[in-house]
Design a protein around this ligand. Structure first.
Ligand code: MG
Length: 502
């Protein structure tokens, strides 16, 4: 009898959906400017990605996973579960910007930490570089990384070098010139392995937004010349090796059965960088646009015993869904307020559903809603191209709206709007409603940006102060945060942020 009870208990505890299982560890690799066609599981051949190939073989490939057109917006989406427009992160923050993600927004790290998670951010934060905006103020126990893009070099007053800072927690640890960046992937990966080793007694959340493969391209010495695709391919291969070291550590510590690993990118390839800019594969457009190539990113999810090996998910999902998914998997509920745009993806990950949990996906560029997708149908209501894509993407967007069937026409070449007026009308209504909610100049439900007086750079620089490019856009009505924010920071739309860089 006792043996039978033990057997039943063992079976129960070993079951995939055991109610008493420990909360999973969560690792998110967030690659910078990695295109849809840049890794093996999504068709890359010039660079080899054996660890990502294995990850796909053992886990799930998500083929319709959406980020945002540029860096800071995607990171805001990942951290808050909201479109960038909802949380007033419309573009890219330069060093010393007065704006950042509002400190009162409740990030994924802030939601996991009260559940007992150790939290660490390693890499490119890019949600504000003022002390009030850094990762350690947004739920992370520790931080190590270049806090914005690796091309945002400034002249250091101390020695005249063009540098970016390497920040540990909230202090500049070192100033890195371009040559120093050859070691950045190695520095990050060492820190990631150290964090995992030190956190094996409790659940952990490792947010790993790699500096790679944003230009300037800086593969480590061991990887230089290793691919058939120049420096860019070499750096992709180093990213793959980094992912492999993290997997090796999980397996060595026998944490692999209780760890969810997500691999994805913040936006499409930076096409104007030519050979340094990656590939969107079959998709049209690149970074800075709302063509599929700008926002649809190569994504893998891995959790042995939970996610079926070799599975493929074609349902619409994206960075906004990561927070509600992880909170649910950690055993908590996401409260109704403040409003989230994302939804729990776990039924998709665990093969219980093939349907997107969201009614639609909305493609914002800054505060402008440019397109909406439901099922295979994508309706573009305004020009999707941008200055960034000129030369690579001819803009046939003189006719609005344009309707594409992405299942049959992934490259967005054939406008079917005239043939399907009913679908156009339905998607137009969805787009109008979302614009009224958080888009344009009169949104009903946009929450305020973080803003500080007298911002400064993280290290003294001899460069001239940044031109104050504040625009004269009229203040937009905004929904208050539902937390007790005390004296709300001044909230003017940070429309002056660069919209295409980063
Ligand atoms: Mg990026």
């Amino acid at each position: 009898m006792r043996a039978l009870a033990a057997l039943l208990l063992t079976t129960f505890l070993g079951s995939s959906f055991c109610a008493f299982a420990a909360p999973p560890n969560i690792i998110i690799h967030f690659i910078d400017d990695l295109g849809y066609g840049d890794i093996g599981p999504f068709g890359a051949v010039k660079q080899k990605t054996p660890h990502l190939d294995r990850m796909a073989k053992e886990g799930m490939k998500l083929t319709s996973f959406y980020a945002a057109p540029v860096c800071s917006v995607s990171r805001a989406q990942l951290m808050t579960g909201c479109y960038g427009a909802r949380v007033s992160v419309p573009g890219v923050y330069p060093p010393g910007a007065e704006n950042g993600l509002h400190p009162q927004e409740h990030t994924l790290a802030e939601r996991l930490r009260p559940l007992g998670y150790a939290t660490q951010c390693i890499g490119k934060w890019h949600l504000g570089d003022q002390p009030a905006f850094l990762p350690t103020k947004q739920g992370f126990d520790h931080y190590l990384g270049i806090p914005y893009s690796n091309d945002m070099l400034k002249t250091a007053s101390v020695d005249g070098r063009r540098v970016v800072p390497l920040v540990r927690d909230d202090k500049v640890e070192r100033l890195l010139d371009e040559a120093d960046q050859d070691r950045i992937e190695e520095i990050y990966t060492d820190e990631a392995v150290k964090f995992i080793r030190g956190s094996k007694e409790k659940p952990f959340f490792l947010y790993f937004p790699h500096t790679a493969v944003h230009t300037p391209i800086h593969p480590g010495k061991a990887f230089q010349g290793s691919s058939q695709n120049g420096c860019f391919g070499d750096w992709v291969q180093e990213v793959d090796a980094s992912v492999g070291r993290v997997f090796d550590t999980l397996r060595e510590l026998q944490l692999d059965q209780n760890t969810l690993v997500i691999f994805t990118s913040d936006n499409g390839p930076w096409l104007i960088k030519g050979a340094d800019g990656g590939s969107a594969g079959p998709l049209r457009g690149g970074k800075g646009t709302t063509w599929e190539g700008g926002v649809r990113v190569p994504t893998l999810a891995w959790w042995p015993g939970k996610i079926a090996p070799g599975s493929v998910c074609d349902a619409v999902a994206g960075t906004i869904d990561v927070l509600p998914t992880c909170v649910k998997l950690a055993g908590a509920e996401v409260p109704a307020q403040p409003v989230l745009d994302g939804r729990d993806l776990s039924p998709l990950l665990f093969g219980q559903s093939q349907e997107s949990p969201r009614e639609a996906h909305y493609y914002f560029a800054s505060y402008n809603l440019q397109a909406v997708r439901q099922g295979p149908w994508k309706l573009a209501i305004m020009t999707q191209g941008s200055a960034r894509a000129k030369g690579q993407v001819e803009d046939d967007a003189k006719t609005n709206p344009r309707l594409y069937n992405l299942d049959q026409d992934i490259g967005e070449r054939t406008n079917l709007a005239a043939q399907h007026p009913d679908i156009v009308a339905k998607l137009t209504a969805l787009a109008d409603a979302m614009t009224a909610e958080i888009g344009g100049n009169e949104p009903k439900s946009r929450r305020p940006p973080g803003e500080v007086e007298n911002p400064s750079t993280l290290y003294p620089t001899s460069d001239p102060p940044r031109r104050n490019a504040k625009q004269s856009r009229p203040p937009a009505p905004q929904a208050p945060l539902t937390y007790d924010v005390g004296a709300m920071l001044r909230s003017t739309p940070n429309a002056h942020l660069a919209e295409q860089d980063g």
